[in-house]
Design a protein around this ligand. Sequence first.
Ligand SMILES: [Zn+2]
Length: 445
Amino acid sequence: MDIKAFMQCKKPRRSGRLEGKEKAETKSKELRQNPLGYFDMLPIELKFHVLHFLNVEELSVLTITSKSMRNLIEGYRVLTPAMQEILAKIHTQSACLPVPVKKQSDVIRTFQQMGLLMKRSTCLYSTRDRLKFVTEVLTKIMCSNSDKCENLAGCIALNCFGKFLHTVIAGWDDSECLRVFDAVCHHTAILKNVKIIVNSKPGKHTQMEFQIRAFFRRVFVDHCHTVQDRAFWLSRILKQWPMVHQARLLYVLYGPAVEGEVLWYDVCESSPYNSEQSAAHFNELANALQVLHCYPQEWSEDDIISVLDELTSLPDEWLAENIAHLLILCGDNITSRLLVSKAINGRIRELASITTSFCVVCVKSSFSLSYAMTVVQIIVDTLENPKDRQSYFNNVVEMFKELILDTHEFSDPDDTHENEMFFLVTAMSEFTKKVIHVAYKPLLS
Ligand SMILES: [Zn+2]
């Protein structure tokens, strides 16, 4: 029988000490099994306060330690004002650029780390959900959404977003990247603006053109590490439009520009004086064409030639010298393709004009004329009919004559045209020497 039946007034003796010990043991066992350990004892405000002392990179490393930690940091990332502050500050920071370039790259690195944080903390989410997070950041960072952004041309906000985006999507396959492109374009409605500018006169919407240039380059193309990557994103930007619009868009992206404005009519009115000026004007365009040329999956030789053909008649026919400048920068592969295509189609006058321009550009840039002679050789080899060859050479000489007479007629004694005349005459005489050398080679050596 229980003793309590005899001594009802007495409670059984029980030690609080043992009970406490037992409780503490259970608690510590629980804590040890909890994924966040002792950290879990803190209330959420304190947890966030502790996280506040970590930088973005440290946070991103923490996200891959456990699921609970990832959830915690995900919550911190969404709720904490610190991230919003970085986003808000970026436009004003840009206003004081150029700070030392090192500082600029510090800002961009912060976004790279934020990208890493986003990539790691959302790694279990679907692509659609991840894209939602990405576009949310874009909304906050867009220059047009910030009243603090005063100078689009010098603002690095989009560069920062580009770095962020490319960090998040590193390693994604092409079909996912296509979804990224569609999502970002859809979110910003940028394609509506592209449609407006490709359908109106070049230079009509100066600001919109530059916005498009800045957006596509800074967000998609500038942060690519490989030629293949660049070609992929450039193809996404261009391929959805008809050929004539692709050329227009390519010029908007990489044509000569100054102080936030794409220069359209310069290519039809004047040409660079030396190779530095030429590089400053045409290097980016030539480079973009080379990149596309290295991407045969989506760009056939014919595509490249067609784009080049359209490009050099924008907004009107380019000066022949500028075409030569661009071709020299594009390199031998693209140049010989273009020449062969023109020769096959019997466009002899255009070929003659390209030849004379090559000679003039070589003289002006102090290059050897043998480069121009390679051009001549390709053309002569491709033209099958001796009559066509004859006509080609006659056209070249006639073209020189026309150019010289024109320059003589329109020259102004106070102007710098005298130089122009000197270059033309030198080009013609050098060309003649070279041709004579080739023609009489057996007798001259
Ligand atoms: Zn801005």
